[in-house]
Ligand binder design. Structure first.
Ligand SMILES: C[S@@+](CC[C@H](N)C(=O)[O-])C[C@H]1O[C@@H](n2cnc3c(N)ncnc32)[C@H](O)[C@@H]1O
Length: 455
């Protein structure tokens, strides 16, 4: 049967799955693991959330446990594109003690589907139905795709959201990639913009439109401007966006494969949301939407099934000093924090200059329990063993210290991240009261380990 004939069946099956999910409660179970940043001081009842898990169960969790049905103002998703490929992210480790460490690749996510497009469409259709439930009446959804599947998803979206709610097809045009001798170079992605209803919020923005020949028109009543290229007028932003991908040397670059530029998301956020609005990305990758939303004063929710994606987002959002809660899907073995052994020197002594106490923590060593937890190709294992023997702290992506650890929830006072010059291993704090100390280490492969010490 051709795919076009199967579409009604895909829709029907997805609708049944959707109804079943909606009829049950508690099918999405997530465990609160960490509060970051200024979070402890923030009494906001609806916090920013970073979650690791399947977005299907996570969205159900948001409905059942967080009461967010009908509350999201914007959903942006950048799902796998049906490219039939596997994606790996770069792992770069530097050490003075181990020379010539190659850049390793670790699997980030797969976009290969046993039952082809049918399986892919089923995966998305049911999720899009749930996203519609989560959207506010004046909210909207953006789906970021490319030539592989966008035309089929357009048809599904018309069915799920209604043709009349289709607002724009935005073309993101870039310079990189896509060259072939057998076709025109593929240089764009397509973003579908749908509203939940005709009450949707939209604020047009302006952009430059250069005059023909860059010369002044001098039309009456038309304001003209000039820059180094020539004369232009300001017009409402169009639906073709020329924006660069994240460059190799860009400060924004996380190393996560298929990372999108924040400038792209900024345009969506500035036209489709107001400050304080709650925005979600359920295929969050390296946390691009969350990072842009954080910078622009929007509340955000970001979820990804992959551990590399989650540590990329976490590192990026910690660096942005964001306040949020980190959740893990229950039963996710990566949520298990017994993945390695930490050795640390922790001491509490009277501070010299006041009547307070001085807490000192030195991270001495970290080792994952087994090489099986290191999901790189076998050819890299000898070099990993060398690093483990000679310079194991170089495997640490970041570590944190919570000096008042309680209820199994990590609320770090500080995160020490890997910088160019390596990882900082020393932490000091002055205070009058310190509770049990929790040290959590996350390695570059996404394994985590904790060490708790009663003082
Ligand atoms: C194209 S990438 C997103 C990249 C992201 N926009 C960024 O800028 O980094 C797609 C992501 O979807 C995630 N993903 C795939 N299936 C998922 C699922 N069922 N639940 C949650 N995340 C999923 C993958 O792990 C991958 O990180």
């Amino acid at each position: 049967m051709s795919l076009i004939m199967k579409l009604p069946i895909i829709m029907e099956e997805s609708r049944k799955a959707f109804e079943e999910i909606m009829a049950t409660t508690g099918s999405g179970r997530y465990v609160l693991k960490e509060h970051t940043g200024r979070h402890r001081e923030i009494a906001a009842s609806r916090e920013n959330i970073l979650a690791r898990g399947d977005n299907l169960s996570f969205m159900k969790f948001l409905m059942d446990e967080k009461d967010l049905t009908g509350k999201l103002k914007l959903i942006y998703i950048d799902p796998p594109f049906f490219s039939k490929a596997n994606y790996g992210s770069e792992i770069k480790i530097r050490s003075d003690k181990v020379k010539k460490i190659p850049v390793m690749k670790q699997k980030a996510y797969t976009d290969a589907w046993n039952r082809g497009l049918e399986e892919y469409l089923e995966m998305l259709a049911v999720r899009l139905m749930i996203m519609r439930e989560l959207l506010a009446e004046d909210g909207c959804i953006w789906i970021h795709l490319d030539w592989h599947a966008v035309h089929y998803i357009k048809v599904l979206m018309d069915e799920i959201f209604g043709e009349k709610n289709f607002i724009n097809e935005v073309i993101w045009h870039y310079k990189s990639g896509g060259v072939s001798k057998r076709r025109f170079a593929r240089k764009h992605d397509t973003l579908l913009f749908y509203a939940k209803s005709d009450k949707y919020y939209f604020e047009p923005r302006q952009e430059k439109s250069y005059n023909r020949g860059y010369k002044p028109y001098r039309f009456k009543g038309v304001k003209e401007y000039r820059d180094e290229l020539g004369w232009y007028t300001m017009v409402n932003r169009k639906d073709v966006w020329q924006l660069d991908m994240v460059g190799r040397t860009s400060a924004e670059r996380t190393g996560y494969v298929t990372q999108k530029p924040e400038t792209l998301i900024e345009r969506i956020l500035e036209s489709c949301t107001r400050e304080g609005d709650l925005c979600a990305d359920f295929f969050g990758g390296s946390g691009t939407m969350a990072a842009a939303a954080e910078r622009m004063g929007r509340k955000w929710i970001s979820c990804d099934i992959g551990r590399l994606a989650t540590i990329s987002s976490h590192k990026r959002l910690i660096a942005a000093n964001a306040a949020y809660s980190l959740y893990d899907e229950e039963g996710d073995e990566m949520a298990d924090e017994e993945k390695g052994r930490i050795e640390a020197d922790i001491s509490l002594q009277p501070a010299l200059v006041s009547d307070k106490m001085l807490l000192r923590v030195e991270l001495l060593s970290y080792r994952p329990y087994s090489l099986e937890q290191i999901p790189v190709e076998e050819k890299y294992l000898p070099v990993i063993k060398k690093i483990l023997d000679k310079d194991p702290l170089q495997l640490v992506a970041y570590w944190s210290i919570d000096s008042h650890y309680e209820d199994g929830i990590n609320k770090p006072d500080a995160y020490l991240r890997k910088e160019n010059e390596g990882i900082k291993t020393f932490y000091e704090a002055i205070g009058s009261d310190f509770g049990p100390v929790c040290i959590k280490v996350v390695d570059v492969f996404g394994n985590s380990a904790i060490l708790t010490v009663e003082l």
